[in-house]
Design a protein around this ligand. Sequence first.
Ligand SMILES: Cc1ncc(COP(=O)(O)O)c(C=O)c1O
Length: 382
Amino acid sequence: MSDKSSDNKDAVSYSKDDPYLLTPGPLTTSSSVKKAMLHDYGSRDERFIELNGRICARLLEIAHAGETHVCVPLQGSGTFAVEAMLATMIPVEGKLLNLVNGAYGHRISEICDYLGREYLVHESAENVAIDLASLEKTLVDDKHITHVSIVYCETTSGILNPLEEIAEIVYKHGRALLVDAMSAFGALPVDARKLHFSALAASSNKCLQGVPGMGFCLINSHTLEQCKGNAKSLSLDLYEQALAFRKNGQWRFTPPVHCMLALSQALLELQEEGGVEGRLERYQENCNVLKEGMRALGFRTYLADELQAPIIVTFITPSDNRFSFELFYRLIAEKGFLIYPGKITKADTFRIGCIGDLDADLMRAAIQAIEASLSELGISNS
Ligand SMILES: Cc1ncc(COP(=O)(O)O)c(C=O)c1O
């Protein structure tokens, strides 16, 4: 077949001049991940059914969850997967304790408002990890709580929440744990052999380094059996979605075929990198280069180092009145890197991600671009 893009002036072509995305996702992907999408697979095609099975098995393997959990993929962005997890796992008469220290924790509350599920919020400041003692006390005091939710890496600030400790307390008190691992899965460890969780939601386009278009939930198999009818939504019902996969290996509705092809390649590349450990090592190095380079330019990080996940770093906006984030962003973008605005409610900040198909040399190049942009703003040291 011919390439029809050449006579279409609006056609988008991949260029090596695309900017590097120092953002929380979508991220810079490898050219082999992009190329993996250059196929048309039918949704009922055996090749595609086999591909789905392989991807789900691999996602379970990453979390050492093959014996205990099932993987249920879902079309859409990460929020769809989180909403489907809450709708499917929490029965109408259930009550959620939502542990919050950022915007994605608040989003869980917002979803519960839409779903009509009762919840209690347990909030810490955006630069403070969840308070374990008060979590335990709340579970002792409120017997109506059936589920607890936590965001593993709260992308609002980049804070790493103590998932293992939280899971232990929740398990000890006989409640079910629901994890938003969107910006963690693939780089931060999840080991279902030791970590008790009922369900965990993540997506294709963050640390797995695929493209956006699908999320998935890893759900405890026994718990899922009790979830029939919980979701009052046709498309977000993970019980029904899982049932359909079990019957014939097929998606209930049009699958994100190209996204799955990209994810299949991205999962191979994760394996080649040494799995979660290898990826974490690279992200940690990226993060160290970023923090050191930015500090040398006079920037301050929002989080203490011991709370920082190597995913995205929040920096305090300099007080120099020559500094404008919009202009700073544009000057850095002209040099080939996209950064991200802040999302913190109480401090003026911006964020720079260190995930995706980027290495320490690229992070150094980003620091040089930032230094040059600062001097174009007339600021030699913020
Ligand atoms: C922790 C976390 N949860 C949920 C989401 C929502 O994902 P999406 O924007 O793909 O809907 C994000 C997105 O960055 C996230 O970082």
